[in-house]
Design a protein around this ligand. Structure first.
Ligand code: HEC
Length: 131
């Protein structure tokens, strides 16, 4: 069952480790359609790289919903991301976060993706309010 995961990226491992810690919380809460509080917890995985610091590994995600791709001043995006020419609406964010390399081939976000649909819904709900 797990041999499919042998090519885990550091990001995916991070999620796996983090996911285990989350189980206790999720079990205790009722699952709603989109739970921004849970999304905030999922976002902790992203926050390792996406901070507001100038030396962060990833660009700030404040106000990302509705923003053009590769538009944070001073962040050195990959050529792939610069060429992507996307608007980060909910649909594009979902596609990208589910499988970053499938959506923007060759981008250099070292993150495997969010495979759990509920986590993805909640994460996008949280990002809408992250300003
Ligand atoms: C290990 C570091 C790392 C992690 C973890 C990570 N990212 Fe990223 N992210 C990056 C980098 C680096 C880029 C820039 C990619 C490029 O230029 O090709 C990026 C780019 C992005 C972009 C495009 C931003 C823009 O301005 O166009 C979005 C959206 C994004 N990440 C969302 C997320 C979310 C949401 C998570 C958590 C589920 C996450 N990332 C986890 C490093 C990371």
């Amino acid at each position: 069952m797990r041999d499919k995961n042998s090519g885990l990226t550091p990001g995916a491992l991070f999620i796996a480790a983090f996911g285990a810690g989350l189980l206790a919380t999720t079990a205790a809460t009722t699952a709603f359609a989109a739970d921004a509080d849970h999304g905030k917890a999922v976002f902790q995985t992203c926050a390792a790289c996406h901070t507001d610091r100038p030396d962060a590994i990833g660009p700030s995600l404040r106000g990302v919903v509705g923003r053009k791709s590769a538009s944070v001043d001073g962040f050195h995006y990959s050529d792939a991301m610069k060429r992507a020419n996307l608007t980060w609406d909910e649909a594009n964010l979902r596609d990208y976060l589910k499988d970053p390399q499938a959506k923007v081939k060759g981008n250099r976000m070292p993150f495997g993706g969010v495979s759990n649909g509920t986590d993805l819904d909640d994460l996008v709900a949280y990002l809408k309010d992250y300003k």
